[in-house]
Design a protein around this ligand. Structure first.
Ligand SMILES: Nc1[nH]c(=O)nc2c1ncn2[C@H]1C[C@H](O)[C@@H](COP(=O)(O)OP(=O)(O)OP(=O)(O)O)O1
Length: 169
């Protein structure tokens, strides 16, 4: 396969989970990349920050939920036709958190039942990997998007025991 990217940008994506009631916290993104889509909480790293530190900070900034733990469950490499920068998205679940979710400038949070996840309002790839995560599986995947940011042109998906720190092309 030809190289899909020449540089990559790490991003975080966190989902608070209530296993007992089978609910997941998602948010409507109010601005920026993926605006109007429903997704987990996350974003870019600040200078000097680790991926995990960024995951805690972004969740708090976007939903006012303060995670007490994080479990890394997936690594996605997203690339786009005509764009040489890959998005390396590190996916976490948190099962222990403090605070009630609140609407912020970035996100409007809402709890969803596992069987009522609004995949049609989410990134196309989520329908492939999010159910695996809710089934306690871990994965490494790559999705190559057309310029419409909706059509997936190619993909690779693998279940793993441990999620690596970096995506290797
Ligand atoms: N295909 C995809 N599927 C998915 O589920 N999440 C994706 C995705 N592509 C990007 N994301 C996530 C990763 C990250 O949590 C978020 C984008 O990061 P940011 O919120 O930092 O972007 P913004 O452009 O809003 O940045 P700021 O304006 O600096 O906040 O979208």
């Amino acid at each position: 396969m030809p190289q899909l990217y020449t540089s990559k940008k790490p991003l975080t994506l966190v989902f608070p989970i209530d296993w007992e009631n089978k609910k997941i916290l998602l948010g409507m993104k109010k601005r920026g990349f993926g605006v109007n889509k429903i997704n987990g909480f996350g974003g870019k790293l600040e200078p000097g920050e680790t991926v995990e530190q960024a995951a805690y900070r972004e969740l708090l900034e976007e939903s006012m939920v303060e995670a007490q733990n994080m479990i890394k469950v997936g690594l996605n490499m997203f690339t786009f036709e005509g764009d040489s920068v890959g998005l390396e998205v590190h996916v976490y679940l948190t099962t222990d958190y403090r605070g009630e979710p609140q609407e912020t400038n970035e996100m409007r949070p809402e709890w969803y039942d596992f069987d009522k996840i609004p995949f049609e309002q989410m990134w196309t790839d989520d329908a492939y990997w999010l159910p695996k995560v809710l089934n306690h599986e871990k994965f490494v995947a790559q999705y190559h998007f057309a310029q419409d940011q909706t059509t997936i042109l190619s993909e690779t998906f693998n279940l793993v025991d441990t999620v690596p720190d970096d995506y290797e092309q």
